[in-house]
Design a protein around this ligand. Sequence first.
Ligand SMILES: Nc1ncnc2c1ncn2[C@@H]1O[C@H](COP(=O)(O)OP(=O)(O)O)[C@@H](O)[C@H]1O
Ligand SMILES: [Mg+2]
Length: 364
Amino acid sequence: MNQHLQALLTFLQESPHHTPEEKTALSKSIKDVDKELEIALFKLDRTEKVKRTTAILLEETIEELENKRKAIEDANAALSRSLEELKAAQTQLIQSEKMASLGELTAGIAHEIQNPLNFVNNFSEVSAELLDEMREELSKGNLQDAIDMAEDIKQNLQKILSHGKRADAIVKGMLQHSRKSTGQKEPTDINALADEYLRLAYHGIRAKDHSFNATMNTDFDPNIGLVNVIPQDIGRVILNLITNAFYAVSHNGSQPPDSSAPWPPEGGKNYAPTVSISTKILLPPLGGAGAKQVKISVSDNGPGIPAHILDKIFQPFFTTKPTGQGTGLGLSLSYDIVKAHGGELKVETKEGEGSTFIIQLPVN
Ligand SMILES: Nc1ncnc2c1ncn2[C@@H]1O[C@H](COP(=O)(O)OP(=O)(O)O)[C@@H](O)[C@H]1O
Ligand SMILES: [Mg+2]
């Protein structure tokens, strides 16, 4: 019992001023108060303990939270490092895709340079002979003949110059392709660009595979004029589409292994691999809104693209080609380039019949 209450109780019991009944009643009250006090003290003690436990728990929780925060910070740092690494890897991949397509072009470029080079060699030889003859005529005093020959030589030199310039342009184009895009839009002859890449791609494939043969159709709209684009970039898109088209008509391997229709049809009998490229200017409807657009289509009569992979072909790294033959980056890069020009890249395809890829660019 509480010692003060105990003192009170003793004092009461010894008190001469209270009747025994009063003493019993008062003692009971004092004992009740003591009980209540004990309960209150017990509760207080418990609350105190709970408070202490809670404080400890709180401390632990704070520590745990701090640990978690640190872990998240570390994870974040690791993530940004991986992101940086991924970005670097992507740049690297894009560059190697570029170099791969340059590799494909090399043979075509060599073929294209060979022609002007032959001219330069032949005309130089002929001109040297003409000079010998001219000297002879001069020593004989045939002035008129010598003058005529000088005129011939001059014309030859002009031809040498023009073919030299052609080779120069090809080499410049090649360098432009391998160089980082300037990112500058410039007025571009889309028809010439398409024609150039078609020939380069064709000779490139021919140089690697002599048995390869395909009919090439071109249908260029003469009314396109110059279109403001980044020529290296749009050139790459056209090259990617043409390379895919040539692959489609020459390898039934471009078909996914689970494709149903056998290809080429009739085991290749009566099959004429054909790749077509066309351009067209699309005018907005009379009085209608919208800008003029130029449409570039690359078609092939290859195996077509099965429905179940159609929504994947623009994804980076998606390829159905054997390892080493496809990067799966051609279409995804092309898609990005066309988007960056404010245009659209679409595909229409029918299994067993072929595919058409369509670039649509706004003309400003
Ligand atoms: N003209 C086409 N005909 C049939 N399939 C095509 C054609 N063009 C693209 N594809 C499909 O789209 C895939 C992705 O093409 P792309 O991004 O250029 O990568 P890659 O040519 O390296 O495979 C190809 O592997 C092929 O399955
Ligand atoms: Mg490709």
